[in-house]
Design a protein. Sequence first.
Length: 255
Amino acid sequence: MEKFTNAHFENLQSTNWNSLRFKNPPSLDSDIGWRVEFRPMDIQLTDYENAALTIMVGMIANIVNEFDLDFIVPITMVDENMKRAHTRDAVTQVKFWWKVPAPEYAQALPRQNDLADTEFLRSNSTVTGKQENALKQSNDANRYRELYIWQILEGDAKAGMPVGILAMCEQFMDMNEWSEAKIAETMQYLKFLRMRSRGMFPTGARFLRNFVMKHADYKNDSILTQPMLYDLMKMLESINEPGNEAQSILLGGFA
């Protein structure tokens, strides 16, 4: 019976997933197929931030499926990225490993695929055979780059990322004939994340750190007193209310 269970696989993979989880069918007779689960987010301080990150994850899933993108990096780089993400102000100050398009392949992006024609079992790319061969022959090691978050979102040709995630999202919406209103609303959330990656708005961690450091009771000794924690909790209790001053600091004009 051992060969008919996925318990061993789940036991192994449960030790290594971070922001993605590869989910295989639960059993041979299940109608559930192969899946990739996004697991990247911590709960944010405001509803707007949670909405923005949820939309971003959904758009990334859309463009990966639509354009058959390959962002796969070795698990060692994933682990390194997770370590770097815990660095103070990592969003703006730290580079992360990312897989950029192969030079010969970049000009073909974005390209539309129709996975439904193959029952989502394989890509049905419209890229020419010559371009496909160039991709396969390219050395993946040369495609792993250390990039700032803003470079990944906006693109930076000098860094090897000619097309950013946000441009691909816009292309996806245009190709699928989203309404102007829906595109504008979606891009507002993505614009907020782009501006945060540029340091124009603080992350939740930086916002909380600034609050503590400016508190009258703080002695620069890394000790959080009960009055400090009480004031922090009171501030967070009302942060989602319209016109909240703390919310405007965190979100700027997006509040």
